[in-house]
Design a binder for this molecule. Structure first.
Ligand SMILES: Nc1ncnc2c1ncn2[C@@H]1O[C@H](COP(=O)(O)OP(=O)(O)O)[C@@H](O)[C@H]1O
Ligand SMILES: [Mg+2]
Length: 320
């Protein structure tokens, strides 16, 4: 694997305002707070966190559907953080998204050729016959035939529709694909076909992936690194196998053992809150946890944000 940078995020944050009505002050909350990571060519980063943790917000920042409130985003070494809408479309073509529900994400009235031609017409300068060859090439890449192109989305099975969604993500020749829970609407047997397809595409096209999923075996199988998000913040980050085998943060332990937590719709955190985002649910919370954000600690190869480790580090420093 080469060491070409695909994506680098540094301190990315996204703040939303909640309108509390005429007689109350609007409040601001951080859907994402201070997210940093790097992704190299051909790597896969998994993102794990319960509902409302900020996973889709991160995906939207990466594909340019939303603009970060602060921080820096580099795609292929180019700063794309605050581009105008036109330049954003051009630069973010390098990161494309595959959504959870392929049916909802495909316009039902357009044929597959029209769906795939739309981004080519809007963003590239290819002529009609070049666009046609590109569409046939991409249909073949995802295991479909050129004659499939004349059909409408409802004429396909869910697995084939997800292949079409992947084809649409590939059409502009991206370096990274963000997969937002791409398997959850599919049967188990179809899931493994789609995983194999993605791995084959990754190998052949040197793609990097960001995989948002709650499926631990899939995260284990596909992801080099894992980011665990709680209320918009990273609580643990590191090699997938180490985190799943040996989680350090209490939130990671909780979410790995209680899969029902994926459905929790947690309360958002006011932007002015400055403690640990897990402090109100943590059984081992210290006084400091509700008043100060934990610094990062490095435990083996994992980065963990928890006061418990900060205090251990300090005690060890004191002993030395
Ligand atoms: N456009 C928006 N305006 C206001 N709040 C939003 C918007 N988009 C997402 N949110 C809120 O941001 C938080 C994170 O949402 P999201 O990224 O969709 O979480 P996840 O994908 O992890 O379930 C949620 O509380 C959600 O309600
Ligand atoms: Mg989501």
């Amino acid at each position: 694997m080469s060491n070409n940078f695909s994506i680098s995020a540094s301190g990315l944050s996204k703040c939303y305002t909640i309108d509390r009505g005429l007689f109350h002050k609007n409040t601001q909350f951080l859907a994402l707070n201070n997210i940093s990571f790097t992704l190299l060519e051909g790597e896969t980063l998994g993102v794990l966190g319960e509902s409302g943790a900020g996973k889709s917000t991160l995906a939207k920042l990466l594909v340019g559907e939303e603009i970060a409130s602060s921080g820096l985003l580099l795609i292929d070494n180019k700063d794309v953080t605050h581009l105008n809408i036109h330049k954003r479309l051009i630069e973010h073509r390098k990161i494309r998204m595959v959504y959870q529900d392929p049916y909802a994400s495909l316009n039902p009235s357009l044929t597959i050729i029209e769906l795939l031609d739309e981004p080519l017409k809007n963003i590239t300068k290819l002529n009609k016959s070049e666009r046609k060859s590109r569409i046939i090439e991409v249909l073949n890449l995802v295991g479909l035939k050129s004659e499939h192109g004349r059909r409408l989305p409802h004429m396909f099975s869910p697995g084939e529709r997800q292949r079409i969604a992947i084809a649409r993500a590939l059409i502009l020749d991206p370096i990274c694909i963000v997969l937002d829970e791409p398997l959850s609407a599919l049967d188990i047997s179809v899931q493994s076909q789609i995983i194999n397809l993605m791995l084959e595409l990754q190998e052949n096209l040197k793609l990097s992936f960001i995989l948002i999923s709650y499926n631990l075996p899939v995260l284990w199988h596909m992801c080099d690194k894992l980011m665990v998000l709680c209320r918009g913040q990273i609580v643990e980050y590191g090699p997938t196998i180490s985190i799943i085998d040996n989680p350090q943060h209490p939130y990671t332990k909780d979410i790995l053992t209680n899969s029902s937590h994926s459905q929790n719709n947690i309360q958002v955190t006011d932007a002015s809150f400055c403690g640990c985002v897990y402090s109100d649910r943590c059984e081992n919370a210290l006084d400091i946890c509700s008043t100060k954000q934990p610094e990062q600690s490095i435990i083996d190869e994992q980065i963990v944000y928890c006061h418990k480790f900060a205090s251990i580090n300090t005690e060890e420093d004191g002993l030395c």
